[in-house]
Design a protein around this ligand. Sequence first.
Ligand code: COA
Length: 380
Amino acid sequence: MRADIVPTGRPVISATGLFTPEESISNEELVASFNLYSERYNAENAAAIAAGELDAMQPSSVEFIEKASGIKARHVMTKASVLDPAIMAPRIEERGDEELSILAEIGVAAARDALRRAGREPSDVDAVLCAASNMQRPYPAMAIEIQQALGIEGFAFDMNVACSSATFGIQTAADYIRAGNARSVLVISPEITSGHLNWRDRDSHFIFGDVATAVLVEDAALAPESHWDILGTRLKTVFSNNIRNNFGFLNRAHPETAETPDKLFVQEGRKVFKEVVPMVAQMIVEEAERLSIDPRKLRRLWLHQANAGMNRLIAQRVLGHEADEDESPTVLDTYGNTSSAGSIIAFHQHSEDLQPGEAGLICSFGAGYSAGTVFVRKAG
Ligand code: COA
């Protein structure tokens, strides 16, 4: 990067990047596998079920999944093992310490996509934040491995704010730019959510999908001609047990056994829906007011992709009318809930048509509870 560029302290989004796993599971395939598993479970436990000691498992349904969530399919790193009723979990071969780990690999792929779109070399980047729901290991940080794999100098660290990790990462990166501590920061969200989803749980087995995204946040002085001004960022957290995962180094019980479902993702979906919608809608409207933006005039909302109904309600409260696909695009149907990456995929895939001067909102929400807003305006 040219040394003579004088930083402005104004953060922008220069580009985004996406890695999508090749394999995808349709609702039909998923439900067929789940129902085979539940039939086997009921047959194996027939005596206990007949004696009233165990509840029989109920079948899942394609219609329910699509109606309740809007999800039609999800990408995964390993399809065969997830659909195998005897496994129902990802099977990713463990790699040696000298090999690039899988989470870093997909993060690097997304980062290279973002760098290419911005016309940047890795040597132009000052910092890497790996912001995701689940890290592959506690240390060394995934972000440092990604930094090394890309050949970036400077510093890197991991941060986890569940589904809001990417927007928290964008604000952190923006703050580095504002403070002059960095001029170019990669925020990378590799989400192998299939590893923490309980594929045997009827209430949630359809929710998640795997993906990786990257966001290049830079000082306006070095941004490519076409970029997004960051008008303002806001973060919020309120403690809740309604989305929880107890897996950790103090309680390592094997996550795939039926005895330890709390070591995987669990949620009270109804409560999450009811509590998070008003919290997020209010946060967006208040932040828009603070930034002197009329929320009803926002050209597009790139919302967190957890549930189509939640997004419909939030968009309605923000825009003052029912949003169409153009105003609030959905990627949930083909990607499922990709945790922190969801709103970034929506932005990545549905932002090129906006005209200079048009403003929109990237917004995430999820476990914690946590929520983040990033108001942006197309420049160039
Ligand atoms: N197949 C068929 N029926 C199912 C089912 C399945 N896979 N899972 C649950 N059902 C049934 C339930 O047994 C229940 O039946 P009942 O009414 O006879 O008791 C009925 O469907 C409704 O279940 P419920 O869990 O209340 O569904 P819901 O409409 O709340 O939808 C979610 C469930 C999870 C899709 C929805 O609550 C949601 O998306 N919430 C927000 C989640 C979220 O954003 N989480 C953040 C994750 S990071």
